[in-house]
Design a protein around this ligand. Structure first.
Ligand code: PGA
Length: 251
């Protein structure tokens, strides 16, 4: 069966200045060696242009829903693409919380990303209260229904499942819980979109070298969206290697 191509995505969040370009180059060098997986680093927008040429794919962490306009302080997908990005994260829970972004906004941003030729990495995930109430799958279903536009395809979209309570906390769901959620996401995408089963579904939230093999071994996990552990090659390269070990023969 053809599967989505494995993807190790790093999310540097609001970390990174020119002094971190050495770390970025080291990650890029390993990415080149790991030919059976894709790697993308979503770095601060100020680093994208300076990191192009390292060979690793680059992404933004958010974009405006318009290509240009009177929106002080925002960055457009066109600008990210122009700087050298191929991807952009939309709907990260920190954006949803800090900036009040709802599912409809996330969908507009995904469409704008596509308009600029970028792959949209659309994030979904339940809060701790929703998890405890047993509402995870219904929350994710409604997020997917509205945040993922109908034109989503395996070539323009990646889904990242990130339980809000697992982000930066050192906590993760149990492995069978992750598999159940990923299988449900894939089933939903496949039922709704042509080729939906080939849209990569990443797990994110406290992925570390120590848990990466177990998480990536799950059949419906196609890779990871990694925050804290993507900042240094000492952590991120072993995670990339774990993905290559577990899923390198998948595509
Ligand atoms: P974390 O963050 O790996 O530091 O938990 C993941 C994310 O927010 O994308």
């Amino acid at each position: 069966m053809t599967r989505a191509r494995p993807l190790a995505a790093g999310n540097w969040k609001m970390h990174g200045t020119s002094s971190d370009l050495g770390n970025l180059s080291a990650i890029a060098a390993s990415a080149k060696e790991l030919a059976t997986i894709d790697t993308v680093l979503c770095v601060p927008a100020t680093l994208i242009d300076r990191a192009r040429g390292t060979g690793v794919a680059l992404g933004g962490q958010d974009c405006h829903a318009n290509a240009a306009g009177a929106h002080t302080g925002d960055i457009s997908p066109l600008m990210l693409a122009d700087a050298g990005a191929s991807h952009v994260i939309v709907g990260h829970s920190e954006r949803r919380t800090d900036h009040g972004e709802d599912n409809a906004t996330v969908a507009s941003k995904a469409r704008a990303a596509w308009g600029a030729g970028l792959v949209a990495v659309i994030c979904i995930g339940e809060t701790e209260a929703e998890y405890r109430a047993g509402d995870t799958l219904s929350v994710l279903r409604s997020q997917l229904a509205v945040s993922v536009p109908d034109a989503a395809s395996p070539s323009n979209t990646v889904i990242a499942y990130e339980p809000v309570w697992a982000i930066g906390s050192g906590l993760t769901p149990e492995l069978p819980e992750i598999q159940t959620v990923h299988a449900a996401i894939r089933e939903g995408l496949s039922a709704r979109l042509p080729g939906g089963e080939l849209i990569p579904v990443l797990y994110g939230g406290s992925v570390k070298p120590a848990n990466a093999d177990n998480i990536f071994a799950l059949p419906d996990v196609d890779g990871g969206l990694v925050g804290g552990a993507s900042l240094s090659p000492a952590d991120f390269v072993p995670i990339m290697q774990a993905l290559a070990r577990q899923k390198g023969n998948q595509a």
